[in-house]
Design a protein around this ligand. Structure first.
Ligand SMILES: Cc1cc2nc3c(=O)[nH]c(=O)nc-3n(C[C@H](O)[C@H](O)[C@H](O)COP(=O)(O)OP(=O)(O)OC[C@H]3O[C@@H](n4cnc5c(N)ncnc54)[C@H](O)[C@@H]3O)c2cc1C
Length: 352
């Protein structure tokens, strides 16, 4: 059998792509090595339309956020598992000026439908430090990436569309019509290996600039949070009563070994945010496939047109992967143009 697409990597990128290609009637085989500390398996899974201390609306929020909700809800129905949790993010203000600006803009301005102007800030008084009050960010929440990836894997396995294998690109034979890998033949291959593609003989020319991050798992002993809290660090309540707290950025140590330095950085931030006592019960680390211009890498290899990449999801794989997997599918199957800001051609000067 000749597959239409080999998808290499079943992180957030490869999963969204394989799902959408399959739903569009393509014969797909996903190859993944189940690396336990991949960014997608470690990720907190947050989607947050208003980010940073400056509270900026995130890039393309108006397109990405409606799309991601519809996408994850559809996959939940398909695989019969819940992994999408829509929860407001409570954001304590940095200053009185920020408070005035946000509340004014939340009714009819730039934050309309994204901030809750009726937020009952006093509800958070006993659990967070908030000298200037705060506001709830709407259209936010998290995806339990472990459950999402595992249930999608089972769905692929049930269709004979999954192969657990440590893919070795040196064994790939490429002709204009097909790619052959061991006993597998396909018309096209899409690389979705996250940080792994930075060392690829085909893709290392792209300007990856990875960022390690750690996450703590904690329990609170004298209170609880029902919503996500975010200032300096985020606190995410999980279904099992534990919380995930993070994160930090490290551009020099690119191992995925949890570090003391990150532990201290995150707990320092947590101590400034929470009024509750906590125990740390775990720590994980992973490396985000970030890059210099913070936009996805999508498109064909300059020399081999049946080799493609879907990568560069950076710090926002949860919100970027559904929309841009759909964008890539439209490009492949309907000849729709690729958006210039995500097409790999923007970096063609690095290819030699
Ligand atoms: C600490 C931390 C916190 C984060 N928090 C968030 C968050 O809250 N919200 C958010 O949106 N994003 C978050 N991210 C970023 C998010 O994890 C990434 O954007 C996303 O996971 C990238 O997905 P990917 O599929 O491109 O890459 P990856 O997750 O790296 O997936 C690559 C896949 O390819 C497989 N693979 C690699 N090499 C091979 C090979 N040779 N053969 C076979 N398979 C292979 C791996 O096993 C893996 O399954 C976080 C990341 C980290 C590290």
């Amino acid at each position: 059998m000749v597959y239409d697409y080999l998808v290499i990597g079943q992180g957030l990128g490869g999963s969204a792509l394989a799902y959408q290609l399959t739903q569009a009637g393509q014969k797909v085989l996903v190859i993944d090595n189940q690396y336990a500390n991949s960014a997608s398996r470690v990720a907190a899974g947050l989607f947050n339309p208003i980010t940073g201390n400056e509270m900026k609306k995130t890039w393309w929020a108006d397109r990405l956020f409606p799309y991601l909700l519809a996408f994850y809800q559809e996959v939940e129905q398909t695989v019969g598992q819940q992994f999408l949790f829509q929860l407001p993010i409570y954001k304590p203000f940095e200053s009185i000026e920020q408070q005035n600006h946000c509340l004014a803009e939340s009714i009819e301005g730039i934050y309309q439908n994204y901030l809750n102007p009726q937020t009952a800030t006093q509800r958070y008084d006993t659990t967070v430090f908030q000298p200037f009050g705060g506001v709830e960010i709407l259209r936010a929440g998290y995806v339990d990436t472990q459950v999402y990836l595992e249930s999608l894997k089972e769905w692929l396995v049930a269709q004979n569309a999954y192969w657990e294998e440590d893919f070795n690109e040196n064994l790939l034979t490429i002709t204009p019509d097909t790619v052959v890998y061991k006993e597998i033949k396909a018309k096209n291959i899409v690389f979705c290996r996250g940080r792994g593609d930075a060392n690829s003989i085909f893709w290392s020319w792209l300007p990856f600039k990875h960022a390690k991050g750690d996450i703590l798992q904690v329990t609170f002993t004298d209170g609880k949070y029902e919503n996500i809290i975010n200032k300096g660090c985020w606190i995410i309540p999980r279904k099992d009563g534990t919380y995930r707290v993070g994160s930090n950025y490290d551009w020099t140590d690119l191992t995925d070994v949890p570090s003391e330095k990150a532990h201290k950085e995150i707990t320092d931030k947590l101590n400034k945010l929470t009024k509750l006592s906590y125990h740390i019960i775990g720590q994980q680390a992973g490396v985000r496939p970030t890059n210099t211009d913070r936009r996805p890498f999508i498109g064909r290899h300059p020399k081999y047109s049946n080799l493609l990449i879907f990568n560069g999801l950076g710090t926002k794989g949860v919100s970027l992967s559904p929309y841009f997997a759909n964008h890539l599918v439209a490009y492949l199957l309907k000849q729709a143009p690729l958006e210039a800001s995500v097409a790999v051609e923007r970096h063609i000067r690095y290819y030699s």
